[in-house]
Write a protein that binds this ligand. Sequence first.
Ligand code: ZN
Length: 135
Amino acid sequence: MSDDRPPRVLPSPSGPSAELHAHWANGELRLQRCRACSTWQHPPRYRCAACGSTDYEWALSAGRGRVFSWTITHRPVDPSFEVPYAVVVVELDEGPRLVGNLDGIDNGDLALDLPVVVALERVSDTIGLVSFRPA
Ligand code: ZN
């Protein structure tokens, strides 16, 4: 990032999303998993989207998945972003899909089902963000 760019805009999570970001800020890729039906879910919710239970845990993901979809941005929505950059939807091995930047690869080499690993970035005491690298 060059020095003349404004600081990055960060999320202001509340409820289950705040819990999620606290785990990620601590370097653990934890996601909700329903204790009633064992379904993983993301984004976090107060109830299981599969069975409606409110009994969930923050289960540790292995942090591996495959590219489900992507876009390459050439015009930033915020001047803090350096273009071009790739935003990918990754389907984790556990099932949930996460959205983040993909680094460490030429954008022309992006492909569906590309194996990737999650990288967590602690951006504050309460906010952790995900990005991805080729596996
Ligand atoms: Zn459930």
